[in-house]
Design a binder for this molecule. Structure first.
Ligand SMILES: Cc1ncc(COP(=O)(O)O)c(C=O)c1O
Length: 403
């Protein structure tokens, strides 16, 4: 991958703080945005700003834009058709809408499985259903930062209706075994919901091969603007009792899209997918995207491996989650340094123009289980496409000075 070319698309990478170029290792909280995404949003406002379903040009352009972007997202996720793709404010809001709709098809005593590793956005919406008598069970997290699949298996009962699980952990970088979970539930009618927010920026995805019923992601994690994305298996959304107005189109994908969408941001989602695709080869958008994601992943894993080994050398450091050469790994590291709180580490890093986050990152249950919460959680660094080897070396030097 021509990294220099990748980086030149991002104006924010040229910004300096304290006389130094910024090192953005805060990707898991949101990536920087390339020019073509910003241009597409600005162009929407300049020329096509209107509401949908009118007879005049801007409205018809808006209709075509939304349809086209649904198609691009479908190619990105391997979805069967653009009508499987709904948009919303963010992943959390879409998941709350979904939980409300699914609850209407459940009875008191029905069960939902969530995990101790997941971000709260894939726990909270389901935990609230306990108010309606639905039983929510947690799959245990092991000290190694991976889920206990034996426990998951044991917690499935004849009353289990839904399993909600993340594809990749936004704190430890653990990639969960979704194929195993699907194989355990295949003949049972149990629905499978996958939070792919942290997976999608790093690896290509194929929703039809995963055979999940629902999958959610968020464009601001993959070089796009703040838009939530929901994939629903063909035919399923039409059967759900979603909150909606009588004036709203009841068919998929509109059935869960309340109010006016953020059209300009959705234009940006399409541009983000086109941006990624240009770093891959192939005859169609999907093939280019798969190739581009492979290139990005290779680059990211190379850098995060350098970071991992460098941090390990710091006396008293501890890295959480699977080993870096595990096949089930995203390029995200959580660690602590002896004698410093994660907050102190990030404060010192910020002085050196290195952007990193401290805390629990809403994966609060995982930090509770591993006994990390009281000490302020962990320091998290995530590698994405625009990071470089020099940035990692500079960060390691800074960490050695802090540690
Ligand atoms: C793994 C994971 N799931 C869900 C979310 C929530 O996404 P959103 O901000 O779009 O609601 C995040 C955000 O950080 C995340 O990392």
């Amino acid at each position: 991958m021509k990294l220099e070319k990748f980086r030149t698309h991002f104006p924010s990478l040229r910004r300096e703080i304290h006389g130094r170029p910024i090192v953005y290792l805060d990707g898991p909280a949101g990536t920087q945005v390339p020019n073509q995404v910003m241009d597409s949003m600005s162009s929407y406002y300049k020329y096509s700003n209107a509401n949908t379903h009118g007879y005049f040009a801007a409205s018809q352009e808006t209709d075509r834009l939304l349809e086209a972007v649904r198609g691009k997202v479908a190619a990105f996720l391997g979805a069967e058709s653009p009508s499987c793709i709904s948009f919303g404010q963010n992943m959390t809001t879409l998941n709350f809408s979904l939980s409300k709709a699914l609850a209407r098809s459940m009875q008191p005593g029905d069960e939902i499985l969530i995990t101790q590793l997941d971000h709260e956005s894939n726990r909270g919406p389901w935990i609230t259903l306990e108010e309606q008598g639905i039983i929510v069970k947690e799959v245990n997290l092991l000290a190694a930062g991976v889920l206990d699949y034996e426990d998951l298996k044991n917690k499935i009962t004849s009353r289990t209706k839904l399993i909600c699980i993340g594809y990749a952990s936004n704190i430890f970088g653990t990639v969960n075994n979704i194929a195993l979970v699907r194989s355990l539930t295949m003949e049972t009618g149990i629905k499978l919901l996958v939070d792919a927010v942290h997976y999608v920026p790093h690896m290509s995805i194929d929703v039809s091969a995963l055979e999940c019923d629902f999958l959610l992601c968020s464009a601001y994690k993959f070089y796009g603007p703040h838009v939530g994305i929901l994939y629903v298996k063909p035919g399923l959304l039409d059967t759900l009792a979603t909150d909606r107005l009588r004036t709203q189109d009841p068919a998929a994908p509109f059935r869960i899209e309340t109010g006016t969408l953020n059209h300009a941001a959705i234009a940006g989602v399409g541009a983000a997918i086109e941006f990624i695709a240009q770093f891959g080869r192939g005859d169609d958008l999907r093939t280019k995207l798969i190739d581009a994601m492979k290139n990005l992943h290779q680059h990211e894993m190379k850098l995060v491996t350098q970071l991992y080994h460098g941090i390990k050398e710091i006396r008293g450091s501890q890295i959480y989650g699977p080993k870096i050469d595990s096949v089930r790994r995203a390029p995200t590291l959580a660690f602590t340094l002896q004698g410093k709180t994660p907050q102190q580490v990030c404060y010192e890093l910020a002085k050196k123009a290195i952007y990193a986050w401290d805390g629990h990152f809403y994966a609060i249950r995982a930090t509770e289980i591993l006994g990390l919460l009281e000490g302020g959680g962990v320091t998290r660094m995530g590698v994405v496409g625009y990071n470089t080897e020099d940035e990692i070396s500079y960060t390691l030097k800074a960490l050695h000075e802090i540690g």
